[in-house]
Design a protein around this ligand. Structure first.
Ligand SMILES: Nc1nc2c(c(=O)[nH]1)N[C@H]1C(S)=C(S)[C@@H](COP(=O)(O)OP(=O)(O)OC[C@H]3O[C@@H](n4cnc5c(=O)[nH]c(N)nc54)[C@H](O)[C@@H]3O)O[C@H]1N2
Ligand SMILES: Nc1nc2c(c(=O)[nH]1)N[C@H]1C(S)=C(S)[C@@H](COP(=O)(O)OP(=O)(O)OC[C@H]3O[C@@H](n4cnc5c(=O)[nH]c(N)nc54)[C@H](O)[C@@H]3O)O[C@H]1N2
Ligand SMILES: [Mo]
Length: 759
């Protein structure tokens, strides 16, 4: 008998159970590089930071109108009372203000397994009772999602089907990796990972292809791969790509036949590059002043590209910055000038190195999640405009070429996400979270978001329920078996929402008459049907369940993004305004502050800004190495890499010396928006003037100060632009100083205080 399998976004695993308890985790036998984070599960499922019982904030019960959110004690209640309170609130707000006043966009990664995906379930629930205000796009690549369809017609270059790595390995000559290919990002794939691919990815690339890491951080490609490093100031990649294109055009090396046949508006764009439209040619000398890269080096790089098979690889963090649309557009312009789009191993890809599956063969592993149902209000905001919405009800804003109005939200419901992890300028978000009348959160743990809620309902973790996991670009379909009984009184989100729907008249719409076990069977039927339709013979459910996985066959063809379009530009015309790749777009030209073609726009907070007088360091906030976002932050494994429970901040030796900082010193990191603590890690692999503090430490506010190391007290809460309105976290200036006083105690290491109801 095989041990039962389960999975996280960071990997599948098998479990030994003894006396009903989780004894030990063993890695999935087909995973070449399993994540050690799964070993933290036995500790985490029994953690005293689990939400054990439904809990109601004391001040809310006393009618404080939200004033005490984030600093209050809780009263534990039983399930019938908790469900009653939530249902009455939803019902009251729905009747008084309409369904649009219910905000349930609930952005967040939830957990692996598609049936119990909390964010899907909460939105399905609200759709089943008449609708809600939703969130569009995502934090990962929201700016690109909103803008790329206008210039490419589709979003395939970021998410769905990028050119497979196999093709790159065979055909590419130069792999220009903006933001590198960081090993840590391969830990993760939404839905569950069967096979971690980092080693095969890197072996495939670096052995044959001239790879250049263009990044402020040399270790975005680990040193032992021996690739070239081109250090660049954060947020300035657009300027580098404009200059590379300018040289190629000026020296007559642009592929004019490609540009004529496959692109629209190259002439308008090139007028800008040559300075004909604004008087400033975008030369290497011009770019040197912005990027910090010597002009001679830019010229040399430009000379090395024409005639070669060139892949421009830009990670997702480049567009999580002010004007983050532009580096992607500039890359499309450069790849077009080189005539590389649609060739095997050439062109551009957005997100190699941003998560495990990118570059995998196109397995198209079929998965099944409950449909979200249609949202009858039709209301949605761009995902990262949450605080703007809560603070400015009724205010106009611009997004995706439209004038819109922020709705007036009275109730916020979150399940499966952690805005007090993910959002920027958390002190501002805290003010925003005081605005609604009621905040409800389903959580497994006492996260910062749970601590800002009025009603907290305890949710199971994925090890406490049956599910099917996997990802479309991962080879393995995963049978996730319930391993242990739920901790405390935790319930599955499905059960919670089915019971709430019952009280609010939506049960049939929510459940469609199916139990959780029925949905599992139904999911397998759907998946089997899709496999069979593709000539793949699916196993019986029982066999799948006992084995723990089904392995997808490898597709026979290597995939090349835009090869179809290249082969048949008329028959396979793009769904853009011109049917071609748009290097000029009229709609974008009409937007305030935009040029209509790739353009260098001042990112405001960057190393070229006047504000560097006060805050001279550019703060980058990469994804954390040992965990997924804020998840598992309290585990011993994650804490072992911190010092005094504070995250390490990486800085250049010169920046450290200028401030009298030694390796291991405690630091205060600050700007006008807030401050947090960190511990110095001195490393000359980071560009001077840049500091790195990963995301994911639990926010523990004391006024504007976070007692912990959450960099989002420092980041700026502004859209990438009115075009994309994405998260712009990477455009942020700070100062740091040694902190010699004793560090404050972390309250978030303990559950909140519980009291009894005095009213
Ligand atoms: N400064 C800065 N900020 C960033 C970024 C950055 O680069 N820099 N990156 C951004 C990006 S790309 C992202 S994707 C976001 C990520 O932000 P989030 O996705 O919000 O972060 P997570 O910590 O994964 O939050 C998921 C939450 O769901 C809970 N959960 C898990 N399973 C279940 C379940 O079954 N039921 C319920 N009810 N809850 C469950 C977990 O306990 C966890 O608290 O962060 C963004 N924030
Ligand atoms: N271990 C782990 N892996 C993860 C996640 C996690 O939480 N933990 N989260 C997953 C999620 S939700 C997402 S969206 C992806 C995100 O994937 P990415 O966005 O690719 O990841 P980041 O770590 O934000 O950024 C990678 C590197 O980009 C570089 N960089 C930042 N700004 C610039 C710039 O302006 N120019 C250049 N050239 N380089 C720059 C930084 O040095 C940074 O180390 O990661 C996924 N993978
Ligand atoms: Mo993300």
């Amino acid at each position: 008998m095989k041990l039962p399998l389960n999975a996280s976004h960071w990997g599948a695993f098998r479990a030994e159970i003894e006396g009903g308890a989780l004894k030990r985790i063993t890695p999935f036998e087909h995973d070449p590089r399993p994540s050690p984070l799964n070993d933290a599960w036995p500790e985490m499922i029994a953690s005293d930071l689990r939400v054990a019982r439904p809990s109601v904030r004391k001040g809310w019960l006393e009618g404080d109108k939200g004033a005490g959110r984030g600093q209050d004690s809780y009263v534990e209640v039983d399930w019938p009372e908790a469900l009653h309170l939530v249902a009455v609130e939803i019902s009251r707000i729905r009747e008084t203000y309409g369904n649009q006043a219910l905000f349930a966009g609930s952005y967040g990664w939830s957990s692996a397994g598609r049936l119990h995906h909390a964010r899907t379930l909460v939105r399905r629930f609200f759709a089943s009772i008449g609708g809600f205000t939703d969130q569009e796009t995502n934090y990962s690549y929201g700016a690109a999602m909103a803008f790329l369809p206008r210039v490419l017609g589709v979003n395939d270059a970021i998410g769905a089907t990028v050119t497979s790595l196999e093709t790159v390995r065979k055909h590419c000559d130069v792999f220009l990796a903006f933001g590198g290919i960081p090993a840590k990002n391969f830990e993760i794939q939404a839905g569950g990972v069967g096979e971690h691919k980092f080693d095969s990815f890197m072996a495939g690339i670096t052995e044959r292809v001239h790879t250049i890491n263009v990044s402020p951080w040399r270790k975005d490609i680990e040193d032992h791969f021996g690739v070239d490093w081109l250090p660049i100031r954060p947020g300035t990649d657009t300027a580098l790509m404009l200059a590379l294109t300018q040289v190629i055009v000026e020296t007559g090396q642009a592929d004019q036949a490609f540009l004529d046949r496959y692109t629209h508006g190259a002439d308008r764009y090139f007028d800008y590059l040559m300075g004909r439209s604004d008087g400033t040619p975008k030369t290497p000398d011009w770019a040197e002043g912005i990027t910090g890269i010597p002009a001679a080096q830019i010229r040399e790089l430009a000379a090395s590209l024409p005639g070669k098979r060139v892949m421009l690889s830009l990670n997702w963090s480049l567009q999580r910055a002010r004007h983050g649309e532009q580096p992607y557009w500039a890359a499309i312009g450069l790849a077009a000038a080189l005539g590389q789009i649609g060739l095997p191993g050439g062109g551009f890809t957005f997100g190699y190195g941003s998560s495990n599956g990118m570059g995998n063969p196109n397995f198209r592993t079929p998965l099944f999640g409950l449909p979200t149902l249609s949202n009858r209000t039709g209301a949605a905001i761009p995902v990262a405009r949450i605080a703007d919405m809560l603070l400015n009800p009724g205010a106009p804003y611009r997004y995706a070429g439209e004038d819109r109005i922020y709705p007036d939200i009275k109730l916020v419901y979150w399940a499966g996400g952690n805005p007090f992890h993910h959002h920027q300028d958390l002190n501002r978000l805290r003010d925003a979270f005081r605005q609604p009348q009621t905040v409800v959160v389903n959580e497994c743990f006492w996260t910062a978001t749970a601590r800002h809620a009025d009603i907290v309902l305890p949710a199971t973790v994925s090890l406490e329920r049956d599910d099917i996991g996997g990802a479309s670009r991962d080879r393995f379909l995963l049978a996730m078996r319930k391993l242990v009984e739920p901790a405390g009184e935790a319930r599955n989100d499905y059960t919670i929402f089915a019971d709430l729907a019952e009280r609010l008249g939506g049960r049939d719409a929510f459940t469609e008459g199916r139990s959780e076990a029925d949905w599992l069977q139904f999911a397998w039927q759907e998946i089997s049907g899709k496999l069979a339709a593709r000539g793949i013979n699916p196993p019986e459910f029982r066999d799948f369940w006992d084995d723990g996985y089904f392995k997808m066959p490898t597709p026979s063809e290597d995939f090349v993004l835009f090869a179809d379009y290249r082969a048949d530009p008329e028959g396979k015309a793009l769904t853009t305004a011109s049917g071609k790749i748009e290097l000029f777009n009229h709609g974008i030209a009409d937007e305030p502050g935009q040029a209509g073609h790739p353009v260098w726009l001042d990112p405001e907070e960057w190393l070229g800004a006047p504000e560097t007088q006060t805050y001279p360091l550019h703060l980058l906030t990469p994804q954390p190495e040992r965990k997924l976002h804020g998840q598992m932050d309290s585990s011993a494994y994650v804490r072992a890499a911190k010092i005094h429970d504070r995250e390490r901040l990486t800085l250049h030796p010169d920046d450290a010396a200028a401030r009298g900082i030694k390796d291991g010193d405690t630091l205060r990191v600050f700007n006008a928006r807030g401050a947090c603590f960190a511990v110095a890690k001195i490393d000359d692999a980071v560009l001077q003037g840049v500091v790195l503090l990963p995301t994911g430490s639990t926010y523990d506010p004391d006024g504007l100060i976070d007692r912990g190391s959450n960099p989002n007290v420092l980041t700026r809460d502004i859209g990438t632009s009115e075009l994309g309105q994405g998260c712009a976290a990477q455009s942020c200036l700070v100062e740091i100083a040694r902190y010699d006083a004793p560090l404050p105690d972390l309250r978030v290491n303990h559950p909140p205080e519980f009291t009894t109801n005095s009213t």
